[in-house]
Design a protein around this ligand. Structure first.
Ligand code: FAD
Length: 447
């Protein structure tokens, strides 16, 4: 049986960060078990239409504020090519089903109404939680433009509704990664610092790919980890970095089982499904001037091919459009063929730009929900939730520690949340290891 001081389950940003921190602090016999054939997890590039597109995380969110975002620092050190995204204009590029753009004033009014209603809703929820009576029932969105704005506010931005720590601490600017090396090159750069690599390939046997962990068995003396291919590994401690969706799915069983306070917290955390669909065209037929990178389609069905982006700012001449779907719409398209999704997307685009536009030559539909090593895109804690819930999701259980974006109290859902969670977990573990070393002579004496 292979033994190590620490086994880390998962090689996404949190797992790699934790491993690097531990190695740098002298715990070099770490073993990383990753279910897939690559590192990166939800940071993943794919070649599409001659460029590199990001299937998972695309933006470095939270730049230009009072504190420096550590992921932005990593990207700057690597000279990662990025592109500023100005979402604010999207609200002025809202198309109805006949291809008309809503007048600026009308769109701005609808936007303000939606923000006011969201704030009111939040206050009512807070009042309800405090046992008070809510003042006025907030009006729910009804018309296609109201539904579209509600979707943008709640499934995307939220900043207008609730102060978000990422924006407060790191700033409100967001940069799209537009680099052929991909967002994931940040992880490879980190891995290079402590794992043996050659020509960009990680050859270190402390990283084991295609190792699907199915069981974590804990005893007083250590932890045994079993993988799907029948291998067993032993360590003093285990760090689990698999997503909240994976933890909810029971892919990994724990012996003894996780306590109720832990499983309840895991089940209570929402999982957001967020899908970026990429479409390649023979030429551009959409407006590409300043302030036109993002545009919105207003439909009677909330979230139906609502949010669009062209990639001409990121990759001029690429002729690629991206449409983002979430939750139920994401699950719906994941379960149908890409041809059907393409047909739907084309019909929406014809509504907006007329019947003569060219048919897309290629489509790419990532499937984060049906991926058994993800089961969703990122954690989404209930808007009004006590901090205890998050603390329980993060809390260790004996020799098993939990990390990942979902354990970050302030930045859950983000890449920097994963990074900071990895740092935090390694610090906790180092402290625990120090304490147990201090206790060892004492225990030997009493035994
Ligand atoms: P992961 O990256 O999921 O790493 C966990 C690893 O564990 C994975 O590699 C997985 O394969 C592995 N694993 C799972 N189960 C097992 C098992 N049983 N055995 C072994 N290994 C296992 N964030 C931003 O900051 N900006 C964005 O623009 C942004 N957009 C996003 C868009 C999408 C579509 C998605 C999916 C995510 C987006 N995010 C964004 C969120 C961001 O990608 C994540 O918060 C972050 O990458 C999570 O890192 P992690 O280490 O916590 O988890």
């Amino acid at each position: 049986m292979t033994t190590a001081s620490v086994i880390i389950i998962g090689a996404g940003i949190s797992g790699i960060t934790a491993a690097k921190e531990l190695a740098e602090k002298g715990v070099e016999d770490v073993l990383i078990l990753e279910a897939t054939d690559r590192i990166g997890g939800r940071i993943q590039k794919q070649s599409f239409g001659d460029v590199s597109v990001e299937l998972g995380a695309g933006w470095i969110a939270g730049v230009g504020g009072k504190e420096s975002n550590p992921v932005w620092e990593l990207a700057s050190r690597l000279n990662l090519r990025t592109c500023f995204s100005d979402y604010t204009n999207a609200r002025y590029n809202i198309y109805d089903r006949s291809g008309e753009i809503f007048p600026t004033g009308f769109a701005a009014d609808s936007y303000k109404k939606a923000v006011d209603s969201a704030i009111q809703k939040l206050k009512s929820l807070e009042a309800e939680c405090d046992g008070q009576e809510a003042e006025e029932a907030p009006s729910s969105p009804k018309t296609p433009i109201e539904l579209a704005i509600d979707f943008i506010l709640h499934d995307f931005e939220m900043a207008e509704v609730e102060p978000i720590s990422t924006y407060v601490d790191f700033g409100e600017r967001e940069y799209l990664v537009a680099d052929e090396r991909g967002y994931e090159s940040l992880l490879y750069k980190m891995a290079e610092g402590f794992l043996y690599t050659s020509d960009g390939n990680i050859l270190d046997n402390r990283l084991k790919l295609n190792k699907v962990v199915r069981e974590v068995q804990q005893s007083r003396n250590g932890v045994v980890v079993k993988t799907e291919d029948g291998s067993e590994y032993e360590a003093n401690y285990v760090i689990v970095s698999a997503s909240i969706g994976v933890l909810q799915s029971n892919l990994i069983s724990f012996q003894p089982p996780l306590p109720k306070w832990k499983t309840e917290a895991i089940q209570k955390c929402d999982v957001m499904v967020y899908t970026k669909i990429f479409l390649k065209f023979p030429h551009c037929f959409w407006p590409c001037g300043p302030g036109q990178e993002f545009f919105i389609y207003a439909h009677e069905q909330r979230g139906y091919f609502t949010f669009w982006q062209h990639m001409e700012n990121a990759y001029p001449g690429s002729n690629i459009l991206v449409v983002t779907l979430t939750n139920e719409q994401s699950k719906r398209v994941e379960s149908q063929s890409d041809e059907e999704t393409l047909k739907e997307a084309m019909s929406v685009l014809r509504d907006m730009f007329g019947p003569t536009i060219p048919y897309a030559t290629d489509i790419l539909v990532p499937r984060w929900w049906n991926n058994r090593f993800q089961r969703g895109s990122y954690s989404n804690y209930p808007m009004i939730s006590d901090n205890q819930l998050q603390r329980n999701v993060k809390a260790p259980f004996g020799r098993i520690l939990f990390t990942g974006e979902h354990t970050s109290e302030k930045f859950s859902g983000y890449v920097h949340g994963g990074y900071l969670a990895g740092m935090d977990t390694s610090k906790t573990l180092l402290e625990e290891m120090k304490q147990s070393l201090l206790l060892q002579p004492l225990l030997a004496f009493t035994e």
